[in-house]
Design a protein around this ligand. Structure first.
Ligand SMILES: *Cc1c(COP(=O)(O)O)cnc(C)c1O
Length: 367
């Protein structure tokens, strides 16, 4: 056992991030205004291929703003995948609307477009799709359902910065897309988020809503009840330098995944993470399915051997705040079998071999 724990993920921070943070502090503009915020919004939206970016304090607040600006509230329903981080569903609840949970694809684990269609009703106003663990959703199929039923598509890209569907970046498909820059995401500002859109009117109004509902032309005149959801200039400064590393980080993450795959493909008990032909997975987390054997036991073995790991999300429809009787067989089965392995861009080949060796030992030791 190594004298340290191999972390699940860690932020990749360097002197450029430090330099930018210092620059923001020295400028005296440390709160919700400053040049780095403008630059971060501009550069990140350009990277994804959307016209406007509105930076926020978290990914969750970005989702809340996106739903609110589309007029979603009490009496409305929003379809969300059940296999996601709870924030996707909570943002719907914040508006007073109800999340309707959809099942996952057996093949690539994101929301299953056919089940979206099953869950449509008159009350459904939008769907939030989640590019889970770095793999994109099937956007053609999703946009097809959304267009036929005239509902909005919001992309939750918190786990998929730079992932691609048919060569086009995730986050460029929906009317709005939301990002998180939390410390465990592929690039980070500590805490932070962003809404992207091509719609000028929506962009303008999201900005107002983010900044206490204050009129952009008449200071301290508030037309609506807004939120205090801005990012700080210090965080945005780090975001600017982080973004410059994103493509390189994606390359390294994909290399880590292919090293894992080459070692794991011989192990019949384990399913490797998917990458459909139309997908560019960024492998935010390298996730496997343990097809026979107790995930709990294997996870414990790995932890005892200094390897941090994480089971899949619990299906949100089974968590106490939502606790529905709904049966979503695919996501329930995936959730029981899924195990995420260390996925840091800083992993060495040696460590990956150590991790896979331990995984094989864990599978073979039957207690
Ligand atoms: C991390 C995450 C969020 C929330 O982002 P925060 O910045 O932590 O608020 C939302 N959705 C998904 C899918 C996430 O992984």
């Amino acid at each position: 056992m190594p004298p340290y724990t191999i972390p699940l993920v860690n932020p990749v921070l360097d002197d450029d991030d430090l330099k930018n943070a210092i620059c923001a502090i020295k400028s005296g503009r440390i709160s919700n205004k400053g040049e780095f915020i403008d630059e971060f919004e501009h550069e990140f939206s350009k990277y994804v291929g959307k016209k406007y970016g509105i930076a926020t304090c978290t990914g969750t607040s970005a989702l809340h703003l996106a739903l609110t600006i589309l007029g979603i509230g009490k009496g409305d329903k929003v379809i969300v995948p059940s296999l996601t981080f709870i924030a996707t569903a909570n943002a719907v609840r914040y508006t007073g609307a109800e999340p309707v949970f959809a099942d996952s694809s057996q093949e690539y684990w994101c929301v299953e477009p056919r089940d979206i269609e099953n869950k449509i009703s008159d009350k459904v106003k939008a769907i939030i799709v989640v590019h889970l663990y770095g793999h994109p959703c099937d956007m053609d199929a999703i946009l097809d359902v959304a267009n036929r039923y005239n509902i909005h598509v919001i992309e939750d890209c918190a786990q998929a910065h730079g992932a691609e569907y048919k060569g086009q970046k995730t986050g460029s498909f929906g009317i709005l897309s939301c990002y998180s820059f939390f410390g465990n995401k592929i690039i980070t500002t500590g805490q932070g988020g962003m809404c992207l859109t091509n719609n000028e009117e929506l962009a303008k109004n999201i900005r107002i809503l983010r900044d206490h509902g204050m009129s952009p032309i008449k200071k301290y005149w508030h037309e609506v009840i807004g939120f205090n959801y801005g990012i700080t200039n210090i965080q945005a400064a780090i975001g600017v330098s982080q973004l410059k590393k994103l493509n390189e980080l994606i390359t390294v993450k994909r290399k880590v995944a292919s090293l894992y795959n080459s070692l794991i493909k011989e192990v019949p008990e384990i399913t490797m993470p998917p990458e459909k032909l139309w997908a560019k997975n960024i492998y935010w987390l390298y996730c496997t399915l343990i097809n026979n054997g107790s995930v709990e036991r294997i996870a414990r073995y790995m932890t005892e051997h200094g390897i941090e790991n994480r089971p899949f999300f619990y299906p949100v429809h089974k968590l106490p705040p939502y606790n529905t009787n709904l049966k979503l067989p695919v996501c329930e089965a995936l959730s029981k079998k899924g195990l995420c392995l260390p996925s840091s861009a800083l992993l060495t080949e040696e460590k990956i071999e150590y991790i896979v060796d331990n995984l094989k030992h864990a599978l073979n030791s039957s207690t």
